[in-house]
Design a protein around this ligand. Sequence first.
Ligand code: NDP
Length: 330
Amino acid sequence: MIHNVIVLGSGPAGYTAALYAGRANLKPLMIDGGVGQGQEMQGAGGQLMLTTEVENYPGFEHGIQGPDLMQVMRKQVQRFDVQIVEEMADRVDLSSRPFTITAAGKEYQCKTLIIATGASAMWLGLPEERPAHEGGLGGRGVSACATCDGFFFRGQHVAVVGGGDTAMEEAIYLTNHCATVTVVHRRDSLRASKIMQERALKNPKIKFVWNSKIERINDPAAGEVTSLTLRNVVTGEQSELPVTGLFVAIGHRPNTSLFRGVLQTDESGYLVTHNDVRTNVVGVFACGDVQDTEYRQAITAAGSGCMAAIQAERLLEAENSGIESTSETW
Ligand code: NDP
């Protein structure tokens, strides 16, 4: 069977693309990212599964929890003719149409492909961040998800590294559980939006250590986090910050390794699109965080998912009427 549309990924971009394609009677197939093991694709629901309160998604007057929002989106697409495969795509062949996508050993073919594989949390690159079975402290005090792990640090002193909205959100959330939260930032000003900055700066449980990098997370030999070794990047001074947990919140990298060498990417690995959502391969569209270096919001992801589905529909319609798109006219 050759599907009209396959949607890869199930964040706001993927669900919106599936919703529009479903309502256009294209009977899309969604490969939702499964449980999200491995580096690529976030797992079903995407990054909002790892967040708390979403206050800026229109339509929810009092805000909504990220996982609840994704659950609502999933239920909404299931009202239409959308088939969901709960797996992670592990290979794509875009050399000719129909395209072939492989997930869990099974091949799926499609006339158009909508890539909404999103982005994943970045790490500092310290050896101590590695998982426990590799001798690190990952999952034993080092985490990239306060919502998932904050509870384990009740009454304790923890640190968050980063100066963006994610770091502020994580720090504020952690104050619900922890005695203190110290934000370690490499500069002396925050990147986060004004409102998030204000909330964090006026929270009495949140302290800031400016102009500092984490050199070492102690103590892998003990199998738990006992402190951070910091280096002030202005004075060169070294210091110890006694904490029992570290939350890494330094941004994200696009999930594009499946498409490396096949689709055009920028220097950071984001898919390059033109006409909003078209990639360099006719019939392949990209939407959401996998191609958005500027806004990276749930609502902009959803908007670009809508655009991708509309463009896929138009391409299929044109082809059904005998109008071919070539790489020159695309
Ligand atoms: P950002 O890229 O905005 O911020 C990353 C932060 O981490 C920066 O402060 C950066 O420092 C720091 N950083 C990056 N690499 C390192 C490193 N190797 N060592 C130490 N620090 C490092 O990422 P976010 O995940 O915070 O946000 C991404 C997008 O999502 C943004 O557009 C944000 O607005 C949005 N967002 C919105 C939310 C909301 O509205 N509720 C919640 C969460 C995210 P520096 O500043 O020096 O570059």
